[in-house]
Design a protein. Structure first.
Length: 559
């Protein structure tokens, strides 16, 4: 096992960078869960809360080790508060940084330069999403085990036993998340270069790994191919644009967002836009360095090829359903960015040692500033999703949902009214119900029944529990019963605030109150004789007869 602690103690420069990184991320410990994935993966996932069945994720998920990890955390720490989960993410990121440092091909007296390169990885704002977003522990673990495997390959004599251990670690990495699916190709290339021979067992193993991954994701790939009408030439065009985005976000990280909205259609449309020139510049910039630094051409080329190999799965070249939202997101860059860190390491190796301090200032001051800002944006979901201008209605609705999650209900209601002014839709009903669900304990239910102009059968299943709760608290008992029945068919039935017995009791109490306060008592006040006549007729309908008798007799005596 690598002595990481010893390495940190011996290198003060590296230790200082780790401390700075820790301080940048410490404020995020008390940030809330994010609106996307965290609920589905961690908070409300039955696979996570059921530690008694560690085998279940292996039969229901393509990333079983991630769910096993969350299962153990759920048992030890619970999931009601994110500080512990996020602290573990930060520690994993720091460990990955040390492993990157250990992998750099450092020569004598080059540890300072190695620490500078490692600092770029640790402090880069593009990795913030992977560290702060709790569900992204998948990327962190996958990267950790990939780096361990790489260390075994690089720091050994490449005997069969070591290679077997390395590929075992790689399989563990893939079972956390298959972001390292193409790593076997890089390992094979390295082993072939060092040994100058072909290892057929490794080729066979690597092929099996790739076939297994393709098999598990085959249906998703085929479905996405149909949806996006993919052709090979189209996918190449999408991949080229996606790669230019990744280069831009790494080399000039001033335009980072949660969602880049780079759908396949948008990527293709950029080819007819003047902006294509900018993307071309980002694509050619790293390639140009191969000719400017000829003495490092081989190393730089290997780094670029390694980056392209690792990032390929997340460029749109291979279609996946999530690319309907965007083919580019920062967390996909976490592992591949290490290849670009190596790329920068070889570029910076030409700088004289006496300039290392100036280099550190030039690099780390903006990186620390940008990362601090990026971390602060994750304090809650609505802050992270906020934009001055939303590119489409889906983005706007998502932002309103984030406001509701964060308890900013007045702003959410105002934006809902603004967005749906003069029209009705399922989306409006969803937002109105969500606002009500978040506020019903403190506010009077808002009557928006008249806005529901569609058949109840057309409502999405996840809305029925919210509609049932709204109807229950708004005393619309017919709609409450109907929504309750539909809710029971939904996986979101746990959101129901009542059962049928409670509904029946509330209905009795409500009509009891109607009889006493709306029907009989006003009549007693106006006509004492008539009220005595209908008293016996109405009394059997009243649930709380004792209270009814006392109030009526009081009114009669007063009159």
């Amino acid at each position: 096992m690598i002595n990481l602690i010893k390495e940190i103690k011996e290198n003060k420069y590296l230790k200082n960078l780790l401390i700075i990184t820790l301080f940048i991320y410490l404020p995020s410990l008390y940030f809330s869960f994010f609106i996307f994935d965290d609920n589905h993966n961690i908070i409300l996932n039955s696979r996570v809360s059921n530690l008694s069945d560690l085998i279940l994720p292996w039969t229901k998920s393509k990333i079983p080790l991630s769910y096993n990890y969350w299962q153990v955390l759920h048992l030890v720490f619970g999931t009601s508060s994110p500080p512990t989960l996020r602290f573990l993410n930060i520690i994993l990121h720091l460990l990955n940084g040390v492993l990157v440092f250990k992998l750099l091909p450092l020569k004598k007296n080059e540890k300072t330069l190695g620490a500078i390169a490692t600092g770029i990885f640790l402090l880069h704002p593009v990795v913030v999403q992977s560290v702060v977003w709790l569900s992204s522990s998948r990327e962190l673990f996958a990267t950790f085990f990939t780096l361990l495997a790489a260390h075994l390959i690089v720091r050994s004599n490449l005997d069969s036993k070591t290679i077997f251990k390395a590929f075992s670690l790689l399989i563990i990495s893939i079972l956390f998340k298959p972001i390292s699916a193409a790593a076997p190709l890089i390992f094979l290339g390295y082993i072939h270069q060092k040994k100058k021979e072909i290892f057929y067992p490794l080729i066979f193993t690597s092929t099996l790994i790739l076939i297994a991954i393709f098999y598990f994701y085959f249906n998703e790939i085929m479905k996405a191919t149909t949806i996006f009408n993919y052709t090979f030439s189209k996918s190449l065009g999408i991949a080229a644009i996606s790669i230019s985005y990744y280069f831009r976000n790494f080399f000039t990280p001033f335009f980072l967002e949660y969602n880049y909205n780079l759908t396949p259609e948008k990527a293709i449309s950029l080819y007819s836009s003047p902006r294509i020139l900018l993307h071309l510049v980002y694509l050619l910039l790293p390639i140009t360095s191969l000719f400017l630094f000829k003495e490092k051409k081989k190393e730089l080329l290997i780094c670029l090829l390694s980056f392209l190999t690792l990032i390929t799965i997340n460029t749109g070249l291979i279609p996946f359903n999530h690319q309907f939202i965007s083919t580019v997101t920062d967390r996909y860059l976490y592992l591949p960015s290490i290849a670009l860190v190596f790329f920068l390491y070889f570029l910076l190796s030409n700088i004289p040692k006496e300039r290392y301090f100036q280099l550190s200032v030039i690099l780390f001051v903006p990186l620390i500033f940008l990362s601090t800002i990026e971390v602060s944006k994750w304090k809650d979901s609505s802050t992270r999703l906020y934009k001055n201008k939303f590119s489409n209605e889906v983005e706007f609705i998502t932002y309103i949902n984030a406001l509701i999650k964060d308890g900013k209900l007045e702003k959410a209601q105002a934006l809902t009214n603004k967005l749906f002014e003069g029209r009705n839709s399922i989306d409006e009903l969803n937002l109105e119900l969500s606002i009500f669900q978040a506020s019903y304990k403190d506010t009077k239910p808002k009557d928006f029944t008249k806005k529901i102009h569609f058949q109840i059968e057309e409502i999405p299943l996840d809305l029925y529990p919210l509609l049932a709760n709204y109807s229950y608290y708004n005393n619309d008992f017919h709609l409450a019963r109907l929504s309750y029945v539909y809710s029971k068919k939904s996986e979101f039935k746990y959101l129901l605030d009542f059962d049928m017995n409670q509904l029946a009791q509330r209905e009795k109490s409500y009509y009891d109150k109607i009889l006493r306060e709306v029907t009989l008592l006003p009549l007693v006040q106006k006509n004492k004789y008539l009220s005595r006549k209908i008293y016996k007729t109405l009394r059997p309908l009243v649930d709380n007869k004792t209270k009814y008798d006392l109030e009526v007799n009081k009114q009669l005596s007063e009159n």
